[in-house]
Design a protein around this ligand. Structure first.
Ligand SMILES: C[S@@+](CC[C@H](N)C(=O)[O-])C[C@H]1O[C@@H](n2cnc3c(N)ncnc32)[C@H](O)[C@@H]1O
Length: 414
C-alpha cells in the first residue's frame, strides 16, 4: 500500500475537520467484494452544540447511523481505509480529494469547491417556508401575489417556527445524514398547514423523499387537503379521515401532533412510540383530563403554600397543564426518548404555546434509570392528586399485554 497517498489523504481529512471546511467523506469499493458493509458516508453535524461526525454505514439491506467526536471519526477512517475499503472521496469547501488504494494507490486533488455542509447556522432559514408556495395560496395563508394575508400573519409565523423545530429535531436524531425516504404522520392535521409545510420542506429544502400522512377526524378537512395536495403534485402527501386512536399507524420516523385536543395528544404520542418513531413533536392543548383531579386535590388536601395558588381557577388551569405536560415528558423519557420542552409560538399569539420535542436515544435506558423515572412520575402525580393520565394508562396497559405470554409475540416493540 502506498502509505504516503493514504497519509496525505488522512492529513487533508483532519485539516478539513480542524478548519471547518469539511463537507462530506465517502468510503467505497469494499476490499472483500462479498463484504456486507458496502459504503460509509460521513458528514459533520452539530448535536446539543457539539460538533460531531455523522457516520452512516450502508449495508446491503439496511443503514446504521452513529455520531462520533472528530478524533474517533478520524480513527475510524484510518482503520477502515485499506482493510475494509479501497476508495475514498473527500469533499471540502476548497477541494475534492480522491484516494484509490490497491495495486496502484493514487491521490487526486481537484480544485473543485463544494457547497458547505448543511448545518443549522449556515442554512438560509428564510427559504424553509416559501411564502410564494402554491399550497399556502390554496390554503388561503397567502394571496394571489404570494403575500401573507393580514389575518394569517400569526399562522405563517407558526408554520415557520414549526419547520425550524422540526428541522433541528431531525438534525439531532439518527435520521440526520441518511438518504432514506422519511415517513411522517401528522395526527389531528386540521387544515393541513403544518403537514404541507413539512412535506414541502423535506422535498424542496432537504431534497429528501418523504411520505407524509395527515390524520384528521373531519372529513371536509381531509378532503380539502387531499384536493390541494393533488393540485400541487405533492405525490407523497395524503390525508386520511380517522380518529387518531383508530388509525393503524405503520412504522414511521416522525410523529407530529399539534393542538390535538385533550387526550388525543396522548393517543398520538402512544401510537408514535408504538410505531417506532425517532422523533415525536407534540403541542398539547385543552388539558381537560387533569384539571378536575387537581381541583379535587386542592379541596381535599391543599398542597401547602400552593393551596393559595390552586384555589384560583386560572392558576389551577395552568398548573394542570404544566403537570400534564411534565408527566408526558417523564413518560416519554421512561420509554427511551430525550425530551425538550420549548415555546412553539410566542405566548401573545396563542395560549397553546408549548411544544414537547422527543428524540429517541441511541441506546435504551438502564433499569435504574427507568426506576428513577417511575419514582419521579409517582411523586409528581401524588403532589397534584393526579390518579389518571391517559398516556401513562396506555403504556401500562401495553406493558400488561406484553407480560401476557400469548400476546408477547404479536406486539410490535415500543
Ligand atoms: C386545533 S386543530 C389543529 C390543526 C393542526 N394540527 C394545526 O396545529 O394547525 C385540531 C384538529 O385535530 C382534530 N382532532 C382532534 N381530536 C382528534 C382525534 N381524536 N382524531 C382525529 N382528529 C382529531 C380536529 O378535528 C382538528 O381539526
Amino acid at each position: 500500500m502506498n502509505d504516503s497517498a493514504l497519509s496525505r489523504f488522512l492529513t487533508r481529512f483532519q485539516a478539513s475537520l480542524d478548519d471547518g471546511s469539511f463537507v462530506k467523506l465517502t468510503l467505497g469499493r469494499p476490499a472483500a467484494p462479498a463484504s456486507p458493509l458496502r459504503k460509509l458516508r460521513i458528514r459533520p453535524v452539530t448535536l446539543h452544540g457539539e460538533a460531531l461526525c455523522n457516520v452512516v454505514s450502508r449495508f446491503a439491506t439496511r443503514d446504521e447511523t452513529k455520531n462520533h467526536p472528530f478524533p474517533d471519526a478520524l480513527r475510524l477512517v484510518r482503520e477502515q481505509l485499506g482493510p475494509e475499503f479501497l476508495s475514498a472521496h473527500l469533499f471540502t469547501t476548497r477541494e475534492t480529494v480522491q484516494l484509490e488504494l490497491g495495486d496502484r494507490p493514487r491521490l487526486r486533488i481537484l480544485q473543485q469547491a463544494n457547497a458547505p455542509a448543511p448545518q443549522a447556522h449556515d442554512r438560509d432559514r428564510s427559504r424553509w417556508v416559501d411564502a410564494a408556495a402554491p399550497y399556502l395560496r390554496a390554503l388561503e395563508v397567502t394571496d394571489a401575489r404570494g403575500k401573507v394575508r393580514e389575518r394569517m400573519g400569526d399562522k405563517f409565523r407558526q408554520i415557520e417556527r414549526y419547520i425550524d423545530l422540526l428541522a433541528s429535531a431531525c438534525r439531532e436524531s439518527t435520521l440526520a445524514g441518511s438518504d432514506k425516504p422519511l415517513t411522517l404522520c401528522d395526527m389531528g392535521s386540521g387544515k393541513g398547514y403544518l403537514t404541507f409545510a413539512a412535506y414541502d420542506y423535506f422535498q424542496r429544502v432537504e431534497h429528501r423523499a418523504a411520505s407524509v400522512t395527515g390524520v384528521e377526524a373531519r372529513e371536509d378537512l381531509a378532503s380539502l387537503c387531499n384536493r390541494v395536495a393533488g393540485e400541487c403534485d405533492f405525490e407523497g402527501l395524503r390525508f386520511v379521515c380517522s380518529p387518531i386512536a383508530e388509525y393503524p399507524l405503520p412504522p414511521l420516523d416522525i410523529l407530529v401532533a399539534l393542538h390535538a385536543c385533550n387526550t388525543a395528544t396522548d393517543d398520538a404520542l402512544f401510537a408514535g412510540m408504538r410505531a417506532g418513531a425517532q422523533i415525536l413533536l407534540a403541542a398539547p392543548c385543552c388539558h381537560k383530563e387533569a384539571r378536575p383531579q387537581v381541583d379535587q386535590q386542592s379541596h381535599t388536601s391543599p398542597a401547602g403554600p400552593l393551596a393559595d395558588v390552586l384555589r384560583h381557577g386560572l392558576f389551577a388551569e395552568r398548573h394542570a397543564e404544566m403537570a400534564t405536560d411534565a408527566l408526558r415528558a417523564l413518560l416519554l423519557e421512561r420509554e427511551g426518548y430525550r425530551v425538550r420542552v420549548t415555546e412553539f409560538v410566542a405566548a401573545e399569539h396563542t395560549a397553546k404555546n408549548v411544544m414537547l420535542i422527543a428524540t429517541r436515544r441511541e441506546s435504551p435506558l438502564s433499569a435504574e434509570g427507568r426506576a428513577d423515572l417511575d419514582r419521579r412520575i409517582a411523586q409528581l402525580k401524588a403532589f397534584y392528586g393526579i390518579e389518571h393520565q391517559r398516556l401513562e394508562q396506555l403504556l401500562l396497559d401495553r406493558r400488561e399485554l406484553e407480560r401476557a405470554p400469548a400476546a408477547a409475540d404479536t406486539l410490535p416493540p415500543i
